[in-house]
Design a binder for this molecule. Structure first.
Ligand SMILES: NC(=O)c1ccc[n+]([C@@H]2O[C@H](COP(=O)([O-])OP(=O)(O)OC[C@H]3O[C@@H](n4cnc5c(N)ncnc54)[C@H](O)[C@@H]3O)[C@@H](O)[C@H]2O)c1
Length: 461
């Protein structure tokens, strides 16, 4: 936003006084804390010389003040700063690894302080994950003399609602934790992380939380950004907030116990990043897709990503995702490449619950959009076919009979409504490159749909 734009007062009937006139003054103040009191100092003015430099803290926040004929208006500009860590680790649940307890703390002196008192942790785990890893988590906390509570919950797309959030909040409240030093820990797939994130954002207005993703999809996607949420009124993630965790701890060994279909599901979101912005990642998926599925991302080499397709794939997926998310954590900019595959898929996924997994619905959406790209002439036939072939090699669905043109139109209308009156479509313009278009006609969509259905639909040969 250009400087000063916030301070522009809309024209008042009868005309406004020119800027700077005695009746229409505007000023901007910075906020300065001297000892314990915040005071304002007009931006262009020098600080009083009586203030000692080491007693003064200058905030990044500013207050604008405008005096008009109708009164005074103030505008607060307060940048909100978020800092969170995304940390790869191995053997997270081995008691010798202190990441789960202190990985979020940067200052070693602070860790020493924490260790002087008994630590408490409230842990929410997906019920299946708890069955497999619960005893390890217990042993971990017991080894560190931590007072803990594990809340095991069925976290599925069907239970992803405010009910689960309220249930978590009630239990957190009963457990009673020190909001500043005892983060809530979520261990599970994207549903668990999303619901706990929302609960944490509500408890005492924002309680720090930690994400430990246990599915591939949550490892590369749901755990690295700021968003959380639950479904509401049969709409996907309709309630939620932008509250990042204080840390995400990534341990790929959890992924070894998820079914093969869930690996494909996660590969759908990884392919999204590859198609949007990284040809190298696309080529890895093309070449090593089967290995990634077979090995469930359990590589032998955990440090050298040049040597290991699994490590390289997850690192590139996270790096490309962070590049797109970090400058736009609150999604103020509506032109987001990461929304690729999320235009039609929300309606498709919710309509077909529980038949389609999130990454599968995303992939069907991306397969259709690949045909749109080709229809417009943004990608060649060879590129289109390579993309579809790659999807099929990753064992992802590329078509669904319930994804009718009517559903596509309904989903597009919904996105249009929530995107500032513009249909913003991310479309491939090559392998690993994309742009956002807002002028794709319905006729183009229909032609793409017909070709998509003919090539990949159930009656295709
Ligand atoms: N916040 C975000 O930015 C973001 C991004 C992408 C997706 N999401 C959300 O993530 C959700 C999908 O996440 P998901 O694909 O992880 O699904 P999920 O959370 O439903 O987990 C899938 C299933 O895997 C089981 N499971 C999890 N970890 C396991 C393990 N290690 N071993 C065995 N079983 C395990 C769970 O019991 C669950 O039944 C969607 O609701 C989507 O909206 C959020």
């Amino acid at each position: 936003m250009p400087a000063g734009e916030l301070f522009t007062v809309p024209p008042v009937r009868g005309g406004t006084k020119p800027e700077g006139s005695s009746r229409n003054k505007q000023k901007e103040y910075q906020l300065v804390r001297v000892k314990n009191t915040w005071c304002r100092v007009e931006c262009r003015q020098e600080m009083p010389t009586t203030w000692e430099e080491d007693q003064v803290i200058v905030s990044q926040a500013k207050i604008g003040e405008q005096v008009t004929e109708s009164g005074v208006s103030w505008v607060v500009k307060a940048p909100i700063y978020f800092c969170y860590k995304v940390i790869e680790t191995q053997n997270l649940l081995n008691p010798s690894n202190k990441t789960l307890l202190y990985g979020h703390v940067s200052d070693p002196e602070e860790i020493d302080e924490y260790q002087k008192k008994t630590q408490k942790r409230f842990v929410v785990m997906d019920a299946t994950v708890e069955q497999i890893y619960g005893s390890k988590v217990r042993k971990y906390f017991e080894a560190h003399n931590v007072v803990y509570k594990i809340l095991a919950l069925e976290t599925t797309e069907e239970t992803k609602s405010m009910d689960i959030v309220l249930h978590i909040l009630e239990e957190v409240h009963k457990f009673s934790l020190d909001r500043r030093t005892e983060p809530i820990i979520a261990i599970g797939g994207g549903v668990c992380l999303d619901a706990v994130g929302l609960a944490a954002s509500l408890y005492r207005r924002r309680t720090p939380y930690i994400r430990v993703p246990t599915t591939l999809l949550s490892y590369v996607d749901a755990s690295v950004g700021a968003k959380n949420g639950v479904n509401f009124c049969n709409c996907k993630n309709k309630l939620g907030s932008y509250t990042p965790p204080i840390a995400t701890f990534l341990d790929r060994s959890f992924i070894q116990t998820i079914p093969r279909r869930h690996i494909s599901n996660g590969l759908g979101e990884i392919l999204k990043m590859a198609l949007m912005k990284h040809k190298g990642l696309f080529q890895i998926l093309e070449k090593h897709g089967k290995y990634l599925l077979d090995s469930k991302f359990q590589s032998t080499n955990v440090l050298d990503c040049n040597d290991d397709a699994a490590l390289k794939t997850t690192r590139l997926a996270i790096q490309t995702m962070l590049e797109e998310l970090a400058p736009n954590l609150w999604e103020d900019d509506l032109d987001r490449l990461v929304d690729y595959g999320h235009v039609i898929s929300p309606e498709l996924e919710m309509n077909l619950l529980p038949a389609l997994m999130h990454g599968e619905a995303v992939n069907i959406d991306m397969a259709f959009m690949t045909y749109v790209s080709h229809e417009i002439g943004l990608i060649t036939l060879e590129e289109r076919n390579r993309i579809v072939q790659c999807m099929q090699n990753l064992e992802l669905p590329v078509f669904h009979r319930d994804c009718s043109f009517q559903l596509i139109k309904k989903a597009l209308a919904e996105r249009f409504k929530h995107s500032g009156g513009k249909l913003r479509l991310s479309l491939s313009t090559g392998l690993g490159t994309a742009e956002i278009f807002n002028n794709v006609s319905e006729e183009t969509m229909m032609c793409a749909f017909a070709a998509w259905q003919e090539d990949l639909g159930e009656h295709s040969t």
